[in-house]
Design a protein around this ligand. Structure first.
Ligand SMILES: [Zn+2]
Length: 297
């Protein structure tokens, strides 16, 4: 049994397939089929073909994460002839690297099929260590819309850049505060919530009060941290109290708004760690379970 779920353009698809009995539970082997682009990277071998050197495979996605689907696809003949008591589900997603865009539709499909797997193994590169938690990743874009004016009369305009800069300053202070707000799930590197601004653009010329300024920023939360309580609510409070009143004094059309670009919820350890135990059994990893600061599906 297999099904595809396409994206809106119809050019990318998730694939979901089930092998074995039509029963409750089962194990999902999950992989994303996309990789990051090679632009601007220095490669010693052709990234588009696999090269073996000193017992290692080199090529696009050999580590993250083409090898895992290659492995489980090579196991298909054995899965098909094995007398499986529970099903094995294969879940292949698109556009993980740009923000886990395919996975939500894949999850919706699994739900609509009435399937409730008991464990999911995601073959991200963790050097065969069992990882049972990762940080939540939240990406935002904030845009200030001000009012243009000649730079000789800045008080007649609303500087989108100054107001965006004040907001960035607030976020910088908030990022320091977030360091002290992490909860008890340890072994993350770094062991606290993080926030950083990654892009900034705005304005048209040095002698024009800028009409528009946009900055992109990201928050990574230890599982259990709530993005609204920790970040979005304090930000909106600050904007309502400190920024918007100043903007509106000059122009009622001026605004500053935040859009959510990516939302990947964090993963915390399970109370009954069936998946973790299975992973340990398969990999032989009997060390402490680990944590990663990147997000996955
Ligand atoms: Zn990956």
């Amino acid at each position: 049994e297999s099904q595809r779920v396409y994206d809106d353009s119809g050019t990318k698809a998730n694939l979901f397939a089930t092998i074995g009995p039509d029963t409750e539970g089962g194990i999902v082997l999950s992989a994303h089929t996309d990789v990051v682009p090679v632009d601007g990277q220095e490669w010693d071998s052709d990234p588009f073909s696999v090269t073996m050197k000193r017992g290692r495979l080199y090529g696009r996605g050999t580590s993250d994460m083409k090898s895992f689907p290659a492995l489980f696809l090579s196991m298909l003949p054995q899965f098909l002839t094995a007398d499986l008591h529970i099903p094995v589900h294969l879940a292949l997603s698109y556009d993980e690297e740009v923000g886990c865009l395919g996975a939500p539709q894949l999850i919706a499909l699994i739900k609509s099929l009435g399937i409730s797997p008991s464990a999911v193994i995601i073959g991200e590169p963790t050097e065969m260590k069992v990882i049972n938690r990762h940080k939540g990743v939240f990406r935002f874009s904030t845009t200030a819309n001000g009012l243009e004016a000649h730079s000789a009369y800045p008080d007649r305009g609303v500087s989108a850049i100054f107001h965006a800069a004040d907001t960035i300053h607030f976020l910088n202070d908030l990022s320091k505060d977030l360091r002290t707000r992490a909860d008890g799930i340890g072994s993350f590197d770094p062991p606290y919530h993080t926030l950083q601004v990654g892009t900034l653009s705005g304005g048209t010329a040095a002698n024009i009060v800028p009409r528009k300024c946009t900055f992109g920023w990201e928050v990574r939360l230890i599982p259990g941290g709530d993005i609204h309580t920790l970040v979005l609510a304090p930000l909106e409070h600050y904007l309502d109290e400190e920024v918007r009143p100043l903007m509106h004094k000059i122009s009622s059309h001026a605004s500053i708004r935040t859009e959510t670009v990516i939302q990947i919820p964090g993963l915390g350890p399970e109370e009954i760690p069936d998946a973790e135990n299975l992973g340990r059994e398969l990999s032989g990893d009997n060390g402490p379970t680990g944590a990663i600061s990147f997000g996955t599906e």
